[in-house]
Each structure stands twice: as C-alpha cells, then as structure tokens.
Design a protein around this ligand. Sequence first.
Ligand code: SF4
Length: 342
Amino acid sequence: MIAQADTALLDVQRLSKTYLGRHNLADRLSGRKQTRVQAVSDVSFGVRPGEILGLIGESGCGKSTLGRSILRLHEPSAGKVVFDGVDVTGLDDAAMKAMRRRMQIIFQDPYASLNPRRTVAEIVGLPLKLHGLTKTPTEARDKVVAMVEKVGLKSAHLDRYPHQFSGGQRQRIGIARALVSNPEFIVCDEPVSALDVSIQAQIIELLTDLKQEMGLTYLFISHDISVIGYLSDRVAVMYLGEIVEMGPVESILTGPRHPYTQSLMSAVPEVDAGVRKARVRLTGDLPSPLSPPSGCKFHTRCPLAIDICRRQAPVTERVGNGHQAACHRLNENLSLLDPVGT
Ligand code: SF4
C-alpha cells in the first residue's frame, strides 16, 4: 500500500465496506450461507486541501459506496477516515453530526434528493438549523438568500417547490443545500450525470467557480472520463471495489498504465486528427461483487490477462511521480492504446 497522506485534508486508510444479506432463523436452520457483498475493498488515498480528486469507474463498481462510507452515511466495515487530523470513523453520533457541517455531499439525482414538500428556503435553510449556525430567522433567511444567489438562482425562487424547477435548477438547489453550512470537503456523487449535456457544462462551471470562491476540496465521482479529465487534479480509477490506478490527471490521461484505465481512455475522442487510437472493447459486464473473480478482479475482461492474473492479486506499484497502478504486467510496458494507423 502506498501512503498518500503527507499533506492530506482527507486521509482514507484501508477502507472497506461489506454488505451482509438477510440471514434469518430459517436460513440458519437450512444451512444457507449469509451473502456478503464487498462493495469497497481495502481502499487508501489522500485528498489535499483545495484539490479535486476525480474517482472514475463503471456503474456498480463501488464509487458511490466509497463516497458515502467516507461521510459515514454508510458505516464503513473496516479502515479509517481521517479528516483534518480527526479520525471520523471513531466519532460518536454528536461529534459526527458536528463534523458533517464540514463534510457534505451533492447527490446525483437532484429531484430524488430534495424533499418535494419543502420550499427552497426550507431545503437550503435546514443545514443552518441542524447545525445551529444562525441566531435569528432573519439571519437565516439572509444566509439562504445569499447562498441561493451564489448558485445562480433568485430570491424570488425561495418559496417555490422542487417540482417547479428544471433539472439543472434542482441541482443548483442541491448544491446550495450542501454549501450553505460553509463546509470544506464535498463528495460530488455523479452531480451532472442525470442532466442534459448542455446543462452539465453549466453545473461543472458552477462547481469549479464555487470551489475557488469558497476554498473547497472535492472528491468528484463520475463514470465519464471526459468530465473527470476536465475537472480533476488527480484521478483514482476504481474497478469492482478496488482502486487499480491513481495519479496526476495529465499522467492518467496521457500515460494510463492499467489495462482497465486504458480501456476507459480509448473511449475518449482523439484530439490529434492524424492519430487513431485503438478502441478497446471490454467483453462482458462488470462481474458481480457477490462473487468477485479470483486473483486480479479484472482478469475476466482483461485482454492482457495471463495465468498468474487468475491466481494472484497484483500489488500496487509506483509507476511515476505520484502515479501508481496494480497490474502484474506493468514492467512490460504494454498498451492497449497503441495507434492503429492513420
Ligand atoms: Fe490484466 Fe493481469 Fe494486469 Fe489484471 S494483472 S490488469 S488481468 S494483465
């Protein structure tokens, strides 16, 4: 395991999340085994203050579970999350509630994450109330107005309900709710993937502006390599609950070392019209985390798999400045992305 935590605001140490299936008396008497889904497996990384760490992988690979486990919206099964020097995983309920003011989340589906019976003023004002951040209703209203305007909505919107807004506006409400308590760290959990492409760009721009203005640090989760490549300072690539490659964004975009990252990169249109990259088509779906493959979890879909890959999990190795990957064939410098003619 390679440490990342030297100057980290957030330090995730060997974090795992396992979900146990239902196992009642009848199951036990009939000798049926309890199902275990290892959604996140022994994940470690750090996020520095002011940084955007992009977390990419296919749907179902454990990205959202990882984001929620960091905030303890889902209780981690093992490992530690240290935020600004405090072991968040060891906090009691009251201390965790106070910590949540500093660590927030923006959800993927703005409509599902907003209470349809509450007005914008109530939705955005709730974190102020929960954390006791204002003394009078007037002060609370003023803070809500300022926040709503900061995300590009108007004070005239305050008494409207979520269904009266477009998808992009609803996501702005979700962003205002996440930021009104003046947090430092935000898990952005696929915040643009439910939006039209034209709206995605506006929300990405808003999030980058707010990051600058409010001094925020993001863990930005997406399945879209173009979004991750545009926004991130560093990128972590996740496959079936594990981080298989991580490094500075330029390194990952121009020199991905893991075959899975290379397959993700092959889907990005080539800027240089004279060069045509190989298009890597992975066969099969993401395997079920109920019964993950042995050895390297990617071996069932990896075009470069050899015998050892089926038997032994690869260790994470340094492959460049701040760049690491886990693959048995790193030293062979193979690439699935070599140009395929002009
Ligand atoms: Fe492919 Fe083997 Fe590397 Fe896994 S360890 S990514 S199966 S070559």
